[in-house]
Design a protein. Sequence first.
Length: 149
Amino acid sequence: MVIKNLSKQFLDKRLYSRLRVLIFISIALVIAIIYEVTVAGFSILIALSCLIFGFLVGIIVSRMYHLSWDDDKDQVISNMDWIGAIIFISYLIFIFGRSIIVGYWVQGTEYFGIIISITAGVMIGRISGTKHSIIKIKKDLLTLKNTLS
């Protein structure tokens, strides 16, 4: 699992919990997408396109929380700074705007499939972006420790 690779001992409790919730939501959404494609007849190409679009948005949104190393706790912690607040507000606009805009052009199964696919992509992108940031912090920390030794 993604979290086990990141060593729980190095992650702040809130950050670890946030990643776990994102993983569980992502799994549920991917199951819903598979159901929509196989049973409801939703196009797999549209589902993949929306997943990729959502993934790219999720990578950007993963910056919502600034990750840094806390020497006192010896853990990676997350805080929302002013850039994160701007990204959070933009993300809220995206969430509500996405539903309204997609709703103008499609209804029914396609609407549900597109919304679920984009949301799943965003969740997976957030996990990926956060994981990348944590690994970068750990590498920087190891490099710093090696230069001081």
